[in-house]
Design a protein around this ligand. Structure first.
Ligand code: PMP
Length: 357
């Protein structure tokens, strides 16, 4: 459905219509100039060759220091999406199953299914503040469960997981010998502290990205933090597929880390302001939603809403959103990505608010 909406957006734009795009999680901010310059300088220095499939030593070492792990446990990948797919490719066999709390980013279940794995969704709801029930999660585990995927903070709810809940899930996973893949691509810019799975113990896999934290979606750079055995397997998979993330992009990422605190603060502040504005503008409508605890999304609900029809109707008013069905069994919800310039965010939210008065 996301794809069909996007196709219609493209068609309408070709016809000259202005569309406010709240349908994709792609930040409107330009990548900071320091990062762009670092890539250019690296290219001029000849950093345009084949390189290590693990990632550049210097970048891995800086990341290792940030996360307090050995550099051998870090593998640089072209976006976190590849890291997620690589982990699934290495851990899952046909007939295995994966447990994913829902609503969820659809790439998880599409990737798992493409490898012949069964996806077991654990539904969470707005009414219980999107809390994952660890006992219900444990009930889904059987001898064929190879992976639990946690997305913290979550896309599309922007909810940070309760630390006690994560503790319980880690305890269960450790006891049952099941690995957890913790997708933490929104954690560095979250509005409230998001404790990394790294701090809970056990041999699990953490997925990070430069995309959201540094407005670098198109650069395609992320990384996995995993035990050496899995890290080495990802490196081998990189060797026979993509070879390496371009070194000039890794140099740019290194520069991003140098300015880390400043950029994170700036990005977080932008989205915090937009989230505040959205909550305020939608507060006197019929929509129900939880306050975002991280960028970029709101996932409001209206009882009885057919969000697919609503999304298409809204497009005719010049605003694109993603229907809730793109994230699981959530027909009454839709996702607003606050990834458009501030003035557009305000206009777009006004149009949405009008539709629900
Ligand atoms: N995880 C989540 C939860 C996402 O929303 C996205 C992008 N929308 C990704 C991973 C992938 O990000 P990237 O490949 O750009 O690092």
């Amino acid at each position: 459905m996301l794809y069909e909406i996007n196709e219609k957006v493209i068609r309408l734009e070709k016809e000259g219509k202005k569309i406010i795009k709240f349908n994709l999680g792609d930040p409107d901010q330009q990548t900071p100039t320091e990062i762009i310059n670092a890539a250019f300088e690296a290219m001029k220095k000849g950093k345009t060759k084949y390189a290590s499939a693990a990632g550049e030593k210097e970048l891995r070492e800086v990341l290792a220091e940030i996360h307090g792990v050995p550099a051998d446990n870090i593998v640089v990948t072209p976006g976190s999406k590849w890291a997620i797919f690589a982990v699934m490719y290495l851990l899952l066999e046909k007939g295995d199953n994966v447990i994913i709390p829902s609503p969820h980013w659809t790439a998880y279940d599409l990737a798992a299914k493409s490898l012949g794995a069964e996806v077991r969704l654990l539904k969470t709801s707005l009414e219980t503040e999107w809390k994952v029930n660890p006992e219900n999660l444990e009930r889904l585990i059987d001898g064929k469960t190879k992976l639990i995927i946690l997305n913290n903070p979550n896309n599309p709810t922007s909810k940070v997981m309760d630390e006690k809940v994560v503790s319980k899930i880690v305890e269960t996973a450790n006891r049952k010998g099941v690995k957890i893949l913790s997708d933490e691509v929104y954690a560095d810019i979250s509005f409230i502290k998001t404790k990394s799975l790294l701090e809970y113990g056990g041999e699990h896999i953490i997925i990070k990205s430069f995309s959201k934290t540094f407005a670098m979606t198109g650069w395609r750079i992320g990384y996995a933090i995993a035990d050496k055995q899995i890290a080495d397997k990802i490196i081998k998979l990189n060797q026979i597929t993509l070879t390496n993330v371009p070194v000039f992009i890794q140099d740019a990422a290194l520069k991003a880390l140098e300015y880390r605190q400043k950029i994170i603060q700036m990005i977080r502040e932008d989205y915090w302001k937009r989230a505040e504005m959205a909550c305020k503008m939608l507060s006197d409508t019929k929509l129900k939603f939880t306050k975002p605890e991280a960028p970029f999304y709101l996932f409001p609900k209206l009882e009885g809403l057919d969000s697919e029809r609503f999304a298409f109707d809204l497009l005719d008013k010049g605003v694109a959103v993603a229907p809730g069905t793109s994230f699981g069994d959530y027909k009454e919800h839709f996702r607003i990505a606050l990834t458009a310039p501030d003035d557009e965010v305000e206009v777009g939210l006004k149009i949405i608010a009008e539709a629900f008065r």
